[in-house]
Write a protein that binds this ligand. Structure first.
Ligand code: PLP
Length: 369
């Protein structure tokens, strides 16, 4: 049986008529760059994230970068994050002129280890970016407690965590700002590129809005150096439709994860993802760990099962960051996980048959390599 890693057509086919009609409305109102459809989506996504504001942007990368700029992060500053993330988290820091400083992850949740955070703080630390990896929030209470004690703002990288919860609070509502990506493959995906910043802070909201529009509050009056980071009108209209299906999708992902769990539990040489107490994991990715990862992926590919690796190289070991001088062994847990992770097929429309096939073939592969 062919099992794709992701199937966007399965999500979009039932919505096609509604989406085409929304695109038509955008064309008829010529609201292409920012505009009414983005404003409406901003209101809806803020309500969903249980924040006062959501500011629609062009990408999730901008959703990390602009709040850092708004907080005044600049050359000579340090921003703390984790090495187990997509490159964009660190890039956003670098694009402010600041230096990314890493702390290792916890082995059970793959998110920032709060026990290591305080040691990484220096007088230059201007922000902390925990990453809600794979759809589960970081352990935010101790992170926020340490950050607050030092007066350092926390920006959540919630690009993989739309609808994830920590003690009943939604991802994106826990720090001063949350960064979301609507890259097509995310739990809430656009039909193109898009992102958003969520916040309860009116001052930060105003700054991010100004920054996304060339630093202008009034047309052609530029009070600061900004950028063009506006959300596309069509993406706003499409995201409003897709947002209505996000909770159903998240619940389907959780069900799929529980089936994987049952079928794979107790298997030697497979470490399953864990949902920590008090957290709602939304399984953007279902990442297991196994030794001999590469051979297992190859064996599964031969059986037409497509998997992913998120991510094969931790950020501090990327060629682009060699200048940081952080060699192998700097962050042992992140480095070991990077060698063992396999992301299994995971999307809401995955069938029970497909999950059973993946589980059966995975067990065979792990036992035979
Ligand atoms: C997807 C992602 C981003 C970047 O989002 P884009 O919309 O692709 O710019 C940042 N951080 C994490 C953890 C992501 O998964």
């Amino acid at each position: 049986m062919n099992v794709p890693f992701l199937n966007l057509r399965a999500a979009h086919d039932p919505l096609k008529a509604e989406i085409l009609s929304a695109i038509q409305q955008v064309i008829e109102s010529s609201a292409f760059a920012g505009g009414a459809f983005v404003t409406r989506f901003d209101e809806e996504f803020a309500a969903y994230s249980r924040t006062k504001y959501s500011i629609g942007l062009g990408t999730g990368t901008e959703a990390l970068w602009l709040p850092l700029l708004a907080l005044g992060v600049a050359s000579g500053d340090e921003v703390i994050t984790v090495p187990s993330t997509f490159m964009a988290t660190a890039e956003a820091i670098t694009y402010c002129g600041a230096k990314p400083v890493f702390v290792d992850i916890e082995e059970n949740t793959y998110t920032m280890d709060p026990a290591l955070l305080e040691k990484a703080i220096t007088p230059k630390t201007k922000a902390i970016i925990p990453v809600h990896l794979f759809g589960q929030t970081a352990d935010m209470d101790p992170i926020l407690e340490i950050a607050n004690r030092h007066g350092i703002p926390v920006i959540e990288d919630a690009c993989q965590a739309h609808g994830a919860e920590y003690k009943g609070r939604r991802a994106g509502s826990l720090g001063i700002a949350g960064a979301f990506s609507f890259y097509p493959g995310k739990n809430l995906g656009a039909m193109g590129e898009a992102g958003s910043v969520t916040t309860n802070d009116a001052n930060l909201k105003a700054k991010v809005e100004t920054l996304r529009d060339h630093g202008q509050q009034k047309k052609y009056h530029h009070s600061m150096i900004g950028w063009n980071a506006r959300m596309d009108g069509m993406q706003g209209a499409i995201l409003s439709i897709k947002l209505k299906h996000l909770e159903r999708g998240n619940e389907a992902r959780r069900t799929n994860a529980s089936i994987y769990h049952k079928l794979l539990a107790g298997e030697q040489n497979i470490i399953l993802p864990q949902e920590a107490a008090g957290r709602r994991h939304v399984y953007h990715l279902y990442a297991i760990r196994t030794p001999k990862r590469d051979s297992v992926i190859e064996a599964l590919a031969k059986r037409s099962i497509s998997c992913g690796i998120h991510y094969p190289i931790p950020v501090h070991l990327q060629e682009a960051y060699q200048s940081l001088g952080l060699g192998k062994g700097s962050f042992p847990i992140a480095e070991r996980c990077a060698q063992e992770f396999i992301s299994l097929p995971m999307f809401p429309e995955l069938t029970r048959d497909q999950i059973e096939t993946v589980a059966t073939e995975l067990k065979l592969a792990v036992r035979s390599v």
